[in-house]
Design a protein around this ligand. Structure first.
Ligand SMILES: NC(=O)c1ccc[n+]([C@@H]2O[C@H](COP(=O)([O-])OP(=O)(O)OC[C@H]3O[C@@H](n4cnc5c(N)ncnc54)[C@H](OP(=O)(O)O)[C@@H]3O)[C@@H](O)[C@H]2O)c1
Length: 286
């Protein structure tokens, strides 16, 4: 990194940069002038990001760092690398995550643990390791990738929703802890977007023959597929993150697209049982 860049360029770290939102966020932040550290757990999975960055002439602003957020040694090595290479960290985008689904009665406890390990404990590990450098930088910002599943728990989404509800609580506490240092925390709650996440762990979800939940689970899977297919372009989320990065006073929460925001409002306004009945009917509609 040149001496000029060391002095003036803002630095961002994005976790889960190999695909989906994370990849697009790296490109949008680089386009906005950030020096971007792109965290990936397998170095070879960064090829697509670097090809797209080269095509957009942004490759010089992106550096790949190995970061499996569940690997304590890698997380602490990444914090040391950030300090040594950039000497500052203006923006941390905690984006890495996966989606584990299944019905409470049927899903093994290990699957729940795996879900919390990545989406919750991994996010905490990265955040607490990066905080010293971020406090030192001053005016820094942490963006947490939550979800509409951090607002509403759908059937079959138990592990995923629990992990995102936990992120919401974590974000609220953290926000008040770092406020005195001029830092802020922002939570982004996307609805369903067509990224690879649905074909990964959630895609392994099978409707078991003879299961008492078979019909409901099938309806939920059909609904998720429909909404992911019909939803907006994932680049909308990446552009929102880049906009938040540049705002002087961002709000604490952003929900998108508009339809998802209305759903979140409806949950706040309606009595819980009425809201649950509406959600249930919507899921069971064919
Ligand atoms: N797509 C949606 O509809 C949606 C909606 C709301 C919120 N979100 C959230 O958005 C975030 C990004 O998801 P996405 O939709 O863009 O899905 P995605 O394309 O599957 O991206 C997930 C990223 O997280 C990485 N990752 C998973 N476990 C990791 C670990 N232990 N350490 C480091 N990286 C890890 C994946 O790496 P690998 O390539 O190695 O697997 C991948 O780069 C997630 O937090 C997700 O919950 C997604």
């Amino acid at each position: 990194m040149s001496e000029w860049n060391r002095q003036v360029a803002k630095v961002a770290l994005v976790t889960g940069a190999s695909s989906g939102f994370g990849l697009l966020i790296c490109l949008e932040l680089a386009r906005s002038g950030y020096q971007v550290a792109a965290g990936v757990r397998r170095p070879e999975s960064a090829d697509t990001l670097m090809q797209e960055a080269s095509q957009a002439q942004l490759a010089e602003r992106i550096r790949i760092i190995q970061l499996d957020i569940n690997d304590a040694e890698q997380v602490s090595a990444a914090a040391a690398e950030m300090k040594q290479i950039y000497g500052r960290l203006d923006l941390l985008v905690n984006n890495a995550g996966e989606a584990v689904g299944g019905m409470v009665e049927e899903l093994a406890l290990d699957a729940w643990r795996r879900q919390m390990e990545t989406n919750f404990f991994g996010t905490i590990a990265v955040t607490r390791n990066m905080l010293p450098l971020m406090r030192h930088t001053g005016q820094s910002r942490i963006i947490l990738m939550s979800s509409i599943s951090g607002v509403i728990g759908f059937p079959g989404y138990g592990p995923y929703a629990s992990s995102k509800f936990a992120i919401e609580g974590f974000g609220e506490s953290l926000s008040l802890e770092v406020m005195a240092f001029g830092m802020d925390v922002v939570i982004v709650q996307p609805g369903a977007f067509g990224t690879p996440i649905w074909k990964k762990s959630f895609g392994e979800l099978q409707v078991t023959e003879g299961s008492p939940y078979k019909g409901l689970l099938q309806d939920v899977l059909d609904y998720s597929e429909r909404t992911a297919r019909d939803s907006g372009n994932p680049v909308e989320v990446a552009r929102l993150v880049a906009r938040i990065a540049g705002m002087r006073r961002p709000k604490f929460r952003y929900c998108l697209p508009q339809g998802t925001l209305w759903t979140a409002w409806a949950k706040q306004l309606l009595p819980d049982r009425l809201f649950q009945r509406i959600v249930y009917r919507m899921l069971r509609r064919r």
